[in-house]
Design a binder for this molecule. Sequence first.
Ligand SMILES: Nc1nc2c(ncn2[C@@H]2O[C@H](COP(=O)(O)OP(=O)(O)OP(=O)(O)O)[C@@H](O)[C@H]2O)c(=O)[nH]1
Length: 340
Amino acid sequence: MAPAKIPVTVVTGFLGAGKTTLVNHLLAQCSGTYIGIIVNEFGEVGIDGQLIVADDQPLIEITNGCVCCTVRKDLTAALNELLQRAERPIERLIIETSGLADPAPVLQSFLADAALLQRVELESVVTVADAHHILLHVDDDIVREQIAFADVVVLNKVETASPQELERLERELRRLNPVAYLIRTERAQVPAAELLGAKRFSLPHVLSIEPDLLDGEAHDHEHDTSISSCCMETDGAIDPERFSRWMNQLVQSEAARLMRTKGVLNFNGEARQFHCHSVHMLLDARPGRRWGPDEQRRSKLVFIGRELAVDALREGFLGCLAIQPKWMPAPAAESEMEHP
Ligand SMILES: Nc1nc2c(ncn2[C@@H]2O[C@H](COP(=O)(O)OP(=O)(O)OP(=O)(O)O)[C@@H](O)[C@H]2O)c(=O)[nH]1
């Protein structure tokens, strides 16, 4: 008898919707299950790999592009690598796409790869929608595709919207996808049993949206090339007050251009990491895990947006160092990329 196929859940949704929060919540509920995780980030420097709490679970981070195009081959390679290097048989796979990924080519990677299809089975596509921001982006092709392809839509951050707004959002989501199972959540608190184990993926449904999906070469989606990312990194400790002041000002002054920041920070004198997020003007910072005794305490902050003022961002970030250099050095590392 052929071995059972490994169920795969694809978690998608726009920048900052709550995908990593959802993945962490699912992992926390499935501590007895050996789950392989692949996480893809838009920028060159990965942060999500550090934000996902996957202590004993195998995790591969794909950076340097968007999983739906430039690194599509990397996704298949990452899947094969996970399956090979796992210490014991993987029971389930979760793939978190970048917030700018078109889900169609991601699904294509599975459905058009005969060898992979022998081993894995798409169980469901879960799209996280941000109740606070979805209407800002709902006209973007990528967002519409993410919703249209969903088997489940998790309408997250519901505490930020009124009951009337939620009704309106749900009508909009239903218009884009009349068949998806819809769940309202705060902090992506979905019982794992509602998402994992329920086979909801429907090939006829995705083919009705993208008829040539099974044609391995087809790849006709468009990207918003005006969105780019850059990352600042430093080994110097960050002053929490300076940083908080700077970030608060930044998300307001750059509200039109800055869509997302996420970072892991080494705050001066703190034994724990600090995780900082902004989604447009919504700011969130909270302590993360303790730094390891021999771990290099490197701060990383990724910015995603339109026409990012990279020099000003770098200057602002270095201005948060606890010990200000006498001369302003180039940051330890800095990278920029544009959406292909
Ligand atoms: N207010 C509020 N914030 C939330 C909720 N769920 C998640 N967040 C916050 O939203 C921010 C983004 O959450 P993530 O889970 O990192 O979002 P993501 O979709 O993985 O983001 P990308 O990887 O950039 O696409 C974080 O600060 C979360 O703590 C929620 O229900 N309400």
